[in-house]
Design a protein around this ligand. Structure first.
Ligand SMILES: Cc1ncc(COP(=O)(O)O)c(C=O)c1O
Length: 346
């Protein structure tokens, strides 16, 4: 492990390293490169996903500050908020959320799990999901914090934007993941050429990119955007990678032209499955017995499949696909999944 990360406060919440799984059947059906899936969906906290690593550092900071309640925001089926609620409960911290209305607000998927966890959830209606980072949501979180303080709690608000310490520590979690991946590849004698993953806010890609660059990994990291266009997503990754580099004193400069984000697979917008993403979810389930999610990994896999079809990878090359989790949302999206895509058996 990078010694500087080893020295940071951390609360263990997951089971690491997450496995690398050879997706032989998928590779052969696609007639493409060797595909290896990093099973971050098996990270162990609640129903798994990429937030567990982030939260190990963020919640250590919250505890260090003496917090006994956590507050955050994201879309109504947010995997981050669900994982935070579960970790909060485990650590004896009351979870409260100001969520923003997305495609699904019924008590299904992650909202069903919040119900079981007894999270305090309120759902705001705002026009664009990007406004999650804006004043109105932030102000409402401050209001929830005031209410909690009045009841004797010491709340910790987790914001997703720089320079908030939670945003930086989340990226640090993924610098650590790069270290884990590089070690696994070496131990298993795998030469990876590409690493493909979903890009939402971009913190996961930023951390993975930064850690991989610092460790001089030879693979290229490709983010498949589910939210922003390339022109916005790349600067967001660069800014987050630089912030984490400064925080960890890695002295790594990150240039825009080193960061690859493909925005061709967003479809109609964040949280709206495309036909190709539903097909990708079915293909991976029917070839590998693995469930992807409808908001992030389904679209990232649709991107990977299309890039394979376009001949972007040689058959001798190896692609690592990071399964970043999100599976609970599948149940909220049952209609889109049953009505869209082709139901072929592979
Ligand atoms: C399942 C899943 N995959 C990928 C991502 C993307 O992570 P990031 O926002 O760090 O780009 C998220 C973020 O919410 C997620 O829930």
């Amino acid at each position: 492990m990078l010694t500087i990360i080893e020295a940071l406060p951390r609360i263990r919440l997951g089971f690491f390293p997450t496995p690398l799984m050879e997706a032989r059947h998928l590779s052969s059906v696609l007639g493409g490169p060797r595909i290896i899936i990093k099973r971050e969906d098996l990270s162990g906290l609640a129903l798994g996903g990429n937030k567990c690593r982030k939260l190990e550092f963020i919640l250590a900071e919250a505890k260090r500050q003496g917090a006994d309640a956590v507050i955050s925001t994201a879309s109504s089926q947010s995997n981050f908020c669900l994982q935070l609620a579960a970790a909060g409960r485990k650590l004896g911290m009351k979870p409260s959320f100001v969520l923003v209305k997305g495609a699904h607000v019924e008590t299904q998927g992650n909202l069903l799990l919040h119900d079981i966890l007894d999270s305090d959830v309120e759902i705001l209606e705002i026009s664009k999901i990007e406004d999650i980072f804006s004043g109105v949501v932030s102000e409402r979180m401050d209001g929830v914090a005031d209410d909690l303080r009045a009841k004797g709690y010491k709340p910790f608000i987790m914001r997703h934007t720089l320079p908030d310490i939670s945003a930086i520590l989340g990226i640090v979690g993924w610098v650590d993941a790069a270290d884990e991946l590089v070690t696994q590849l070496k131990e298993q004698n795998i030469e990876a050429h590409y690493v493909v993953l979903a890009n939402g806010g971009g913190g996961t890609q930023a951390g993975l990119f930064l850690g991989s660059k610092y460790l001089e990994a030879r693979y290229q990291v490709i983010g498949i955007s589910v939210l922003r266009n390339r022109d916005d997503a790349i600067p967001a990754v660069v800014a987050q990678a630089e912030a984490a580099s400064d925080y960890l004193r890695l002295d790594i400069a990150v240039k825009s032209d080193e960061v690859e984000v493909n925005d061709s697979y967003i479809g109609k917008g964040y949280g709206i499955p495309t036909k190709e993403s539903v097909d990708a979810i079915r293909l991976v389930a029917q070839t590998e017995g693995i469930f992807l999610d409808p908001v992030y990994t389904g679209k990232a896999m649709a991107g990977l499949i299309d890039l394979v079809k376009k001949g972007c990878f040689k058959s001798m090359e190896t692609v690592v696909f990071i399964h970043t989790g999100g599976i609970p949302a599948l149940f909220a999206y049952h209609e889109e999944i049953t009505n869209r895509g082709s139901n072929k058996r592979h």
